[in-house]
Ligand binder design. Structure first.
Ligand SMILES: Nc1nc2c(ncn2[C@@H]2O[C@H](COP(=O)(O)OP(=O)(O)OP(=O)(O)O)[C@@H](O)[C@H]2O)c(=O)[nH]1
Ligand SMILES: [Mg+2]
Length: 284
């Protein structure tokens, strides 16, 4: 699958991020804790290569905790980067993230001070793919609803500065994807997690691929959520069982696979199957 999709507002946002790099001391790159590798934009990674960056692993409350720990250790060991798991809805990890970002900004502030420029606030740029949780993090940091959030990609449309107490200024940016998904598995994971609109791919196909993957990685969660006695059936048959289980039957008596697919995706995206991680550090 190579999906070619790059709306104009994202191209504009990507240009704006490049322009904003000069203005900030540190970057907070928001990754989805359930898929830290697949939700990192390779195009942005290249752009920000020389800027101090900390990863915020957002939605860590929905990710498999053991896998998140493995990722944090992997980033330190393999790429010498700090990654902090956060839950912006409850405030977990936020203090640690602030201290990591502040520490990373110090060399720049010291350099400015050496030139006689005194600045007390740290300026941070928040970047990440659509729906990763950038605006929710900012609202948590600001302790108020400073920016709009939403459970679908593409809520933030324009960059925006937000002052946080006396110590931080944050730049919220729209979610940015890259023009082409070369890796089919990455595209699937982005769709399963809700980072790209499921309408970009045929929904039933997406759901069947997800069932195939769950059969391998989270078979017990799949069985228990939909009261399946075993997983010996093909994904399409399992989708039919999910439809029947919730009474989604078409007028001709056939199971409504479309409705079942919507249900499965919604369940996975809202954590109804439990804590699920789509990526593994050994595959990163
Ligand atoms: N469970 C959980 N949900 C979160 C967390 N952070 C964000 N969300 C939810 O994820 C959805 C997207 O959050 P936003 O903050 O709007 O994401 P964004 O990165 O700003 O998205 P765009 O503006 O579309 O690029 C919302 O429904 C949030 O409530 C988190 O740490 N835990
Ligand atoms: Mg946003």
């Amino acid at each position: 699958m190579s999906i070619q999709w790059y709306p104009g507002h994202m191209a504009k946002a990507a240009r704006e991020v490049t322009e904003s790099l000069k203005l900030v001391d540190v970057i907070i790159e928001v990754l989805d804790a359930r898929l830290p590798a697949s939700s990192r934009n390779p195009m942005m990674a290249e752009k920000i290569e020389h800027k101090p960056t900390v990863f915020a692993l957002a939605k860590s409350d929905m990710a498999d905790p053991g896998i998140t720990d493995q990722f944090v250790r992997w980033y330190t060991r393999e790429v010498d980067m700090r990654a902090v798991p956060i839950d912006s809805l409850r405030g977990t990890g936020i203090k640690e993230l602030i201290s990591a970002a502040t520490a990373l900004a110090q060399p720049k502030l010291e350099k400015l001070a050496a030139r006689g420029i005194r600045r007390d606030t740290v300026r941070a740029l928040i970047i990440g793919i659509p729906n990763a949780g950038k605006s929710s993090l900012i609202n948590r940091l600001a302790k108020r609803n400073a920016v709009k959030t939403g459970d679908k990609p593409g809520v933030t449309r324009q960059k925006q500065w937000i002052k946080v107490g006396n110590s931080f200024e944050l730049l919220d940016t729209p979610g940015i994807l890259w023009p082409k998904f070369e890796d089919r598995q990455v595209a699937l994971k982005l769709a399963w997690s809700g980072a790209i609109e499921p309408t970009l791919l045929p929904l039933e196909e997406l759901a069947q691929e997800l069932i195939e993957w769950l059969k391998w990685v989270y078979p017990d969660e799949l069985k228990s959520r939909y009261h399946l006695s075993d997983l010996d059936n093909q994904p399409e048959e399992i989708l039919a069982l999910i439809a029947e289980g919730r009474g989604a039957i078409l007028s001709g008596g056939l199971p409504d696979l479309h409705q079942a697919a919507e249900k499965l995706l919604r369940d996975v995206q809202t954590g109804k199957l439990g804590k699920i991680s789509f990526d593994r550090p050994d595959q990163a």
